[in-house]
Design a protein around this ligand. Structure first.
Ligand code: NDP
Ligand code: HSE
Length: 436
């Protein structure tokens, strides 16, 4: 069989890893496929930087257009990141008859719905396993391994940078800003790290998972999203005292014609498997009506694990090229005509248990006023803890609620923070219990 010729856009962290695998593992890949995959060309704005690789056999360019339009390339790997110009390069590659593999979750979450039909029209494949869960083959597991099931829920620790930060804050008392710098140096963070810490990257990934799980269209813009930037060491300590760890979770569940999609820091029981996913590891828990609970775990970021997932996609496409991408599973796990527009459930309608941290003036009657408002909204408390006095006159009060509707909780918090004795900086964290 003829070889499959690859062109690479972006020789940054992941692009370098992909080039490394295609060069160093070429013999292994050929043995697995029965054909050769060859890195023919690569483009990056900066070609002078040393990648620690012998790229002498690779045609290098500082213009991505040289690759997406080249006649001698069968498959383009997009690893420059972001919405634009990545979208334009990918669309141009498809228009020029090239399969595409990408690790760009922002691109798939925002523009997947225009790129999949374009690829289908041209008889081409789009692979994006590395876009969710780094090196974990979780999309393949959801799309193929769980295909016999109606999916009931997806929970994920989906951002390596945030998990790394939260782990170091808890285990080493490390400073948030310092650990973020470390995550950047290790190549985990996005070009703009606010995408990581404000939950946007997790929302990109969750929107892809939810659409794939429930046969829905991708609706990234509607994911309820909160990040970890307001979590303090004192919240981590309070959670630990109560038997929980704080993890940034993405959660998706179907409710009839609606989908619940939310990303936020979450209290997870110390004894659960999710609580014990640390550092840059990710985990995705998929539950189906027949299979019950399944859990996928591995490195969620970094050069080598992510490149591993990218190359697996290249190999899947290489197996069928140039004949029959119709023999590949549909990219989103459902045939296109069966994918539905599903409305996103308003966050006010979700129900869960909550951790609420208030800063209140240390004076008589405050707690009574707070609990009376909660009672008005029919919210019952599991625990209330008043912490030690701070340098200012305010003290933190931490409350755990029983299950309640978010709309009721938000209404109560709005009234509570309007009290003169309560600061307007309440922190609300949601709690989740797990089967395992
Ligand atoms: P990097 O920033 O390390 O690499 C991107 C590279 O592309 C840089 O060298 C950049 O150059 C280059 N580039 C940017 N724009 C252009 C352009 N117009 N033409 C040519 N080259 C360009 O990012 P990563 O490798 O970390 O990420 C790549 C993709 O993989 C992103 O979509 C990211 O979200 C995704 N991803 C990353 C993971 C990780 O752990 N890092 C894990 C999973 C997915 P310059 O430096 O000059 O901007
Ligand atoms: N910035 C992302 C993370 C890369 O930290 O998880 C992997 O998608």
């Amino acid at each position: 069989m003829s070889e499959v010729r690859v062109g690479l856009l972006g020789l940054g962290t992941i692009g370098t890893g992909v080039a490394r695998i295609l060069i160093e593992q070429q013999a292994l890949i050929s043995r697995r496929l029965g054909r050769k995959v060859v890195l023919v060309a690569a483009a990056d704005r900066d070609l002078a930087r040393d990648r620690g690789l012998d790229l002498s056999a690779v045609r290098l360019s500082d213009d991505a257009n040289d690759i997406v339009r080249a006649d001698d390339i069968d498959l383009v790997v997009e690893l420059i990141g972001g919405y634009e110009p990545a979208r334009t390069f990918v669309a141009t590659a498809l228009e020029h008859g090239k399969h595409v593999v990408t690790a760009n979750k922002a691109l798939i979450a925002k523009h997947g719905e225009e790129l999949f039909p374009l690829a289908a029209e041209k008889g081409l494949a789009v692979g994006f396993e590395a876009a969710v869960g780094g090196g974990i083959p979780c999309l393949k597991a959801l799309r193929e391994g769980c295909a016999a099931n109606a999916i009931e829920s997806v929970y994920g620790i989906l951002n390596g940078t945030c998990n790394f930060i939260l782990t170091k804050m808890e285990n080493e008392g490390a400073d948030y800003a310092e650990v973020l710098k470390e995550a950047q140096a290790l190549g985990y963070a996005e070009a703009d790290p606010t995408f990581d810490v404000e939950g946007i990257d997790t929302a990109h990934k969750l929107s892809i998972l939810a659409a794939m799980a429930f046969g829905a269209k991708i609706r990234f813009d509607e994911v309820f999203t909160e990040g970890i930037s307001r979590i303090t060491p004192s919240d981590i300590a309070s959670a630990r005292e109560l038997g929980y760890r704080i993890k940034l979770l993405g959660i998706a569940k179907p409710h009839g014609d609606q989908v619940e999609m939310r990303v936020h820091p979450t209290l997870v029981p110390h004894s659960s498997q999710m609580a014990n996913v640390s550092d840059s590891y990710n985990a995705v828990m998929v539950s189906g009506d027949f299979v019950e609970h399944t859990l996928y775990f591995g490195r969620g970021a970094g050069e080598r694990p992510t490149a591993s997932a990218v190359v697996a996609d290249i190999m899947d496409i290489a197996r069928v090229h140039p004949h029959g991408v119709e023999h590949l599973p549909a990219p989103m796990g459902f045939v296109e005509s069966e994918r539905r527009e599903m409305a996103t459930m308003p966050v006010a309608d979700i129900s869960c248990e909550y951790y609420v941290r208030l800063m209140v003036r240390d004076e008589p009657g405050v707690i009574a006023a707070v609990t009376s408002i909660l009672a008005d909204q029919r919210i019952s408390l599991e625990a209330i803890i008043q912490k030690e006095r701070h340098a200012t006159n305010s003290v933190p009060v931490v409350m755990l609620t029983h299950e309640t509707r978010e709309g009721n909780l938000q209404a109560a918090i709005a009234r509570i923070t309007a009290l003169e004795s309560v600061e307007d900086n309440a922190l609300i964290l949601r709690k989740e219990q797990f089967a395992a």
